[in-house]
Design a protein. Sequence first.
Length: 367
Amino acid sequence: MIHLFLFVAGLGCLVLGANLLVRGASKLALSFGISPLVVGLTIVAFGTSAPEVAVSVVSVLEGKTDMAIGNVVGSNIFNVLFILGLSALIVPLVVHRQLIRQEVPIMFGVSLLMALMAMDGRLNLAESLALVTLMVLYTGFLVVQSRRETAADKAAAQSVTQGIDEFEAELQASPAGAWDAKLPAQLALIVVGLALLVLGSDWLVGAAVVFAKALGVSDVVIALTIVAAGTSMPEVATSIAAALKGERDIAVGNVVGSNIFNILGCLGISGVVAGGAGLVVAPSLLAFDIWVMLAVALACLPMFITGGEIARWEGGVFAGYYVAYVSYLILATQQHDALGAFSSVMLSFVVPLTVITLAVSVVRRRA
C-alpha cells in the first residue's frame, strides 16, 4: 500500500513540479524581455515533457538505464495510440498542413534515427550528444520559423509545440505588483518545481521497481506501461482539454511535438547523464517495442495525410491497438498459454483487416 501511495504521490509531484517550473521560468524570461512566442516554443514545450526527463534521468542515476529507454519508447507509443485515439473518440481531430508536411515526417525521422542508433544494443555518449544537438537545432528552427510566418501559421506552429495554450496564463508578463513579478519569487518557483520533479521521479521509479518485482515482470515492462502512461499525464490533460474546447489541431500537435522532444531531449539528456557507460538497450526493446514505436509513427503518415483529420473510427483503431499492445506485453511477460493464439489472431486477422479498412478509407476520401 505504501508503494502505491508513493507512486500516486510521485505522479502528483511530477505534474505540480512541471507546472511550477514552467510558471517560474516563463515569468523570469518574460521579465528579461524575452518574447512570449520564444518562451512558449522553448520553456513551455520543455515543461510538458519534464516528467519524462526527470524519470529517465533518475532511472539512469539509479542504474536502471533500461527503464529510461522504456519510458521514452512507451510514452511515444502511448501518446499516439492512446491519447490521439481517446481524443479522436471525443471529437474528430483536425490535422494541420504543417504537421503533415513537416512535423509528422520529423517524428518518423527521429524515431527511425533512434532505432538505428539502438541496433548495437547501446546508445553511446556521442549519439546522445547528437540527439541533444538536434533538439537545440529543432527548437531554434521553430523559433525562427514562427517569427517569419503569418498569424495563421503561427497558431499552427504553436499547436505543434506541445499545447502552449495549456500555459496561456504563464505567457503574459505579471503586473508590477504581482507576487510572481519579483525575482526571488520566480527563482523560488523554479527551485521548488525542480525539487518536486526530482522527488516525484524518485518516488515513482522506486515504486515502479517494487511493482515489477511483485508482479513478476521486468522493469522494462513497467516502464513501457505504467510509468510511461503516468509521465504522459500532462499530454493527456492537454490533448483532451483541447479536444473538448474544439481546438482539435492542438490536440494532435501536442502529441507529435511531445514525441519529437521525448527522443531528442529526454533520451539525449539521459544518455549524456549516463556518460561513457551509455544507455544499454534491453534485448526485448530492440526485438519488439522500438519497432512498434516506429510502426506507430509510420502509421500516422497515411492516416494524417488522407482528409486532414483523424475520424472517430480511426481513433477507435488507435485505442484498440494500444489495448492489444499492452495485452501482448502482459501475456509475453507471463509466458501465458494464450500468447500463441493472441499473436495468431492479431497477425492473421486484426492487422490485415485494419490495413484493408484504411486502404478503402483512403480511396473513398480521394474519390
